[in-house]
Write a protein that binds this ligand. Structure first.
Ligand code: FES
Length: 237
């Protein structure tokens, strides 16, 4: 396989051509924060949390959707990169309901973890919280789209891992959100309640009714699907 040599934070790394910058960094032990990226899903480039600086061009790149190219020199933690990441988190938090303390995802929320890593504390932008009706009309999943950050992990997981395609983006701009066909509640949709979307959701937008308020982001989530009884597992990523 063709290999490419790039530099990450001054460290020379040899990686397969076609690898993303994020994956190349990860293979070298360099952590880049991410929200919409998940190793089991096709990269999407939606959240921009993984931005890094290309030292040669001075451009900021979303590392999860940028393939490595020979001679690339990447900086992952410059002051500019950190400022942009913080601003993205601040904007996300300004749209988030102020209910972290009682959020069902609690310590498993990746948005909260990234905010802590970047030193973003209290919301300091004018709050414009999303409003969305809670869907808990089924026995398995609580769906609170007011906490959705539009990472698209649930949509991609439902299509790519389960081949179900129950949810997709609905509306555009500020009104955009994941929705079932005709925006029906999950129990009136083609959802099989396999739990894949819950496992992938980085925030409290999707939670399983059993096991709320427990766990950490690293915890492997047991399937809530009752079909095969095997109990497949998918980490939060
Ligand atoms: Fe790369 Fe979201 S993790 S854009």
């Amino acid at each position: 396989m063709e290999t490419t040599v790039i530099s990450i934070n001054g460290m020379k790394i040899s990686c397969s051509a076609g690898t993303s910058v994020l994956e190349a960094a990860e293979s070298a032990g360099v952590y880049i924060p991410r929200l919409c990226y998940h190793p089991e899903l096709k990269p999407h480039g939606a959240c921009r949390m993984c931005i890094v600086e290309d030292e040669n061009s001075g451009r900021l790149l979303a590392s999860c959707v940028t393939p490595v190219t020979h001679g690339m020199s990447i900086l992952t933690n410059t002051a500019g990169v950190l400022r942009h990441r913080r601003n993205i988190v601040r904007l996300m938090i300004s749209e988030h309901p102020e209910s972290c303390v009682v959020c069902s995802k609690g310590n498993r929320c990746q948005l909260r973890r990234v905010a802590a890593e970047l030193g973003v504390g209290e919301p300091d932008l004018y709050p414009m919280p999303n409003h969305s009706a809670l869907d808990q009309s089924n026995p398995f999943i609580i769906r609170d789209l007011s906490k959705c950050i539009l990472c698209g992990r649930c949509i991609r997981g439902c299509k790519e891992l389960v081949a179900q395609g129950t949810i997709d983006y609905s509306m555009r701009g500020a009104g955009s959100r994941p929705a079932t066909l005709y925006d029906h509640p999950l129990k009136e949709s083609s959802c099989t309640f396999c739990g894949t979307c819950v496992s992938l959701c980085p925030t409290g937008a999707l939670s399983q009714k059993r096991g709320v308020f427990s766990g950490t982001p690293e915890r492997v989530h047991d399937s809530i699907c009752g079909f095969c009884g095997v109990g497949c597992s998918l980490s939060m990523g």
